[in-house]
Design a protein around this ligand. Structure first.
Ligand code: IYR
Length: 258
């Protein structure tokens, strides 16, 4: 489109910060378009109320299921059917989102060559992170978890799932749709993704590759309107996988009842 000299208008403060990074790439003065049709119909909600006993039972069982989840750093190379992964991502994509903009892209990497490239990009950056960028306090805080920049799980796990937030989208007519609350929407979706991984009997590792976003975005051919939020290897745990002996906070420490 044609550039004009008027100051750029941003809809939200966080969007201003995000968009600034990408200004060289795209023209943000596109005509705005609404996410939803103006005449969207509202229909009755079909709902069946469970009994109190049923609610107690279901809530207890769900808690026990998700409480078995651990972040796993040692993966088996055993294959997992892609249809299981598809169901998990369908579950994640049921998440609520700002103005129903569904601002997430789940990139699933199964190709061993692409996994090797992802591993190379991440290990190169993480070595600098651990040695220089993270600083004394951060590396000291992580010591008990025994993490480092060598990440075999990135080539061992059958799938790497990379979660991108879409800061906005462009329709075919080049109008721009604003993705409200895209970051928190992706975070909620990822929470559903993780419990779906657990429910399927698989394991994952929630990671936020520091400084790797643009290189991974380019490798996976995602547009500059998307930003890498999370990377999660998914698969079976290695037979000899270990986990740190951590405890979770008690209910009294996380819930306040007024
Ligand atoms: N991104 C690094 C470091 C790291 C940071 C935190 I905070 C963790 O909880 C775990 C690791 C890595 O993946 O090793």
């Amino acid at each position: 489109g044609e550039k004009n000299d008027a100051p750029k208008q941003y809809q939200t403060p966080d969007q201003a910060a995000e968009i600034k990074e990408e200004e060289d790439w795209m023209d943000y003065q596109n005509t705005l378009t609404s996410a939803l049709p103006e005449d969207l119909q509202h229909i009755p909600f079909a709902y069946k109320r469970p009994s109190e006993n049923e609610m107690l039972k279901r809530s207890q069982e769900y808690y026990e299921m998700v409480n078995g989840r651990r972040t796993i750093r040692f993966f088996s190379p055993d294959p997992v059917p892609i249809d299981v992964i598809k169901n998990i991502i369908k579950a994640a994509a049921t998440s609520p989102s700002g103005a129903h903009t569904e601002p997430w892209t789940y990139v699933v990497v199964q190709d061993p060559d692409v996994k090797a490239k992802v591993r190379q990009i991440i290990e190169d950056e993480e070595e600098i992170n651990y040695k220089k960028r993270m600083g004394q306090q951060w590396t000291t805080d992580l010591k008990p978890l025994r993490t480092n920049w060598i990440k075999e799980y990135l080539t061992d796990a059958p799938y790497l799932v990379l979660v991108f937030k879409q800061m906005f989208s462009l329709k075919e007519d080049n109008t721009k749709k604003i993705h409200y609350y895209n970051e928190i929407s992706v975070a909620i979706s990822y929470g559903i993704f993780l419990t779906a991984v657990q429910n399927a009997g698989l394991v994952g590792l929630t990671s936020t590759p520091l400084n790797c976003g643009p290189a991974l975005r380019n490798l996976l051919e995602r547009p500059p309107s998307e930003k890498l939020m999370l990377l999660c290897p998914v698969g079976f745990p290695a037979k000899d996988a270990t986990v740190p002996d951590l405890e979770r906070k008690r209910l009294e420490d996380v819930m306040v009842l007024f």
